[in-house]
Design a binder for this molecule. Structure first.
Ligand SMILES: [Zn+2]
Length: 209
């Protein structure tokens, strides 16, 4: 067997292992027409029941990715059990990368997963806040944070994650972006890491999600 054929099979396996668990995130909400209750991408999303429902749905979609990741992982392990096939190595490596990238929290206080329940609870609480920033409070989730539309005060300093809306940058670029960022915002939560600060500089160049 030539090296190039082995390499091709490794890459195909790796690609499948990376792509398969992300299919729910890439396609579910975007291809089923569920847009009617949310503002179109990339507009700010008002804090309200539709947003909270969408966050809960996205949480389920992330969980679905976990389930699907078991399929390439199991298949890869089965293949490797019978022969040292590069395709099997690729499948295991790709799905293990998915599992690792989801298991490591971005910040300790932030909770576990891309959309921790504590975060959704926090956003739900903003629907009926105890204090008002101004007398025409209208909170909405912008790309970088949750702010009041009228007085611009930041209520929650948290970049908006992917909400499964059909992306304004088109299906191809949008899909690529989600594949790379895994549904996280390209903007880090403040003070996350040195890498985060680098991304922030990049973010100033392109002020879009
Ligand atoms: Zn206000």
């Amino acid at each position: 067997m030539s090296i190039s054929a082995d390499l091709t099979r490794l890459i195909v396996g790796l690609f499948l292992g990376i792509l398969l668990p992300r299919i729910p995130l890439l396609f579910f909400t975007r291809f089923l027409n569920l847009e009617h209750e949310l503002t179109p991408h990339p507009d700010p999303v008002p804090i309200g029941v539709p947003l909270v429902q969408r966050l809960l749905l996205m949480r389920r979609i992330h969980a679905m990715g976990w389930l699907i990741s078991l399929f390439p992982l199991g298949m890869g392990l089965l293949i490797l059990k019978s022969s040292p096939e590069p395709f099997g190595v690729g499948l295991v490596a790709g799905s293990a990368w998915f599992i690792l990238s989801r298991s490591v929290p971005l910040n300790i206080e932030g909770g576990w997963g891309i959309l921790p329940l504590s975060l959704i609870q926090e956003i739900n609480n903003l629907r009926e806040p105890e204090t008002y920033c101004c007398n025409r409070q209208l909170l909405q989730w912008e790309v970088r944070a949750i702010r009041c539309l009228n007085c611009r005060i930041v209520s929650l300093d948290l970049p908006r994650p992917d909400l499964g809306r059909i992306r304004s940058d088109g299906r191809f670029v949008g899909t690529l972006r989600i594949l790379l960022m895994d549904g996280h915002s390209v903007f880090p939560r403040d003070g996350d890491s040195v890498v985060g600060q680098g991304v922030e500089l990049l973010g100033q160049v392109s002020e879009e999600e």
